[in-house]
Design a protein around this ligand. Structure first.
Ligand SMILES: [Zn+2]
Length: 284
């Protein structure tokens, strides 16, 4: 080849390589690439906010919304609202309990994304409403799925979401006004801290078991800089391992916590077989 041809060939090859790289990187960056084919699903683990959710015992004023502008009067619609930071599906920021210091707006964003470790204790919680996650149960999860990775968000699936939004059944108060719901234990949280988990989550009103008087899990986990997700919605569609969580708390300056959207991206199912044609290929 003459010199100009070699040059043109090189330019064309580089342009083609660049386009291929660009295409590849866009696909790589989209964790939801399987949505269109139905291979990937996103589950919303948050409850919609209104004034009928289960409040912490003693909280009487929880949520209020009023119309500021209506389509009839103003041609557009807006509202204002007032709510507790700890109501409905919400995050406890480390500053909620000393010695925790970080408010909800200062949590490093990298900690809000991570693999979901789902520990299923529905059978234990059904037998004992005061059940606390044991170290042995964490070890059983690791025996089945491997060591809990750094940056994991560890969710306790107690089955309590099936009681939502009935305050009697969800809070499960006894005659003395003490709540009875399952939770994490200090011993198990120590293991999760050693694994460098970013946060804890639970489908009950508290990361501590309901009857706790000293909130020992709050003190330990929040004090170590982890965050907690409470009143998570039904976790039953999540696999014990393989889902990825996106945690999106309100960015409230100085907040002790706040309402939080939590999304689980489920692991993609195996690709549909290529034999059939048509738009419903691979669907049942
Ligand atoms: Zn809270």
């Amino acid at each position: 080849m003459s010199k100009p041809f070699v040059f043109l060939f090189l330019v064309a090859a580089l342009a083609g390589w660049g386009m291929a790289q660009q295409k590849k990187s866009v696909e790589t960056l989209n964790p939801l690439a399987g949505i269109a084919s139905g291979r990937t699903r996103v589950v919303d683990l948050s409850y919609a906010i209104n004034d009928k959710l289960v409040p912490w015992p003693g909280d009487t004023r929880t949520f209020e919304a009023s119309v500021n502008a209506s389509v009839e009067k103003n041609g557009y619609f807006t509202r204002s609202f007032w709510m507790l930071e700890h109501y409905g599906t919400h995050m406890d920021a480390p500053i909620h309990f000393p010695p925790g210091k970080t408010p909800v707006d200062q949590i490093p964003v990298e900690r809000l994304f991570g693999p979901a470790v789902v520990i299923d204790v529905r059978a234990e919680a059904e037998k004992d409403a005061d059940y606390r996650l044991s170290v042995a149960r964490v070890e059983r999860w690791e025996a089945a799925h491997g060591r809990i990775p750094a940056g994991a968000i560890v969710l306790l699936r107690t089955g309590w979401a099936s009681r939502w939004p009935d305050p009697q059944r969800y809070r499960n108060l006894d005659a003395a006004g003490v709540m009875h719901s399952p939770g994490f234990s200090v011993e198990a949280v120590r293991v999760l801290m050693a694994r460098k988990a970013s946060g804890l989550g639970i489908d009950t009103i508290s990361a501590d078991y309901g009857a706790s008087k000293d909130f020992a899990v709050h003190t330990l986990a929040l004090g170590a800089g982890l965050y907690q997700l409470e009143n998570l919605a039904d976790l039953s569609s999540l696999p014990e391992a393989g889902a990825f969580l996106v945690v999106a708390p309100i960015k409230l300056e100085g907040g002790s916590g706040g309402p939080c959207r939590v999304f689980a991206i489920l692991p993609p199912t195996s690709p549909p077989r290529r034999t059939g044609g048509g738009p419903n290929r691979g669907k049942k």
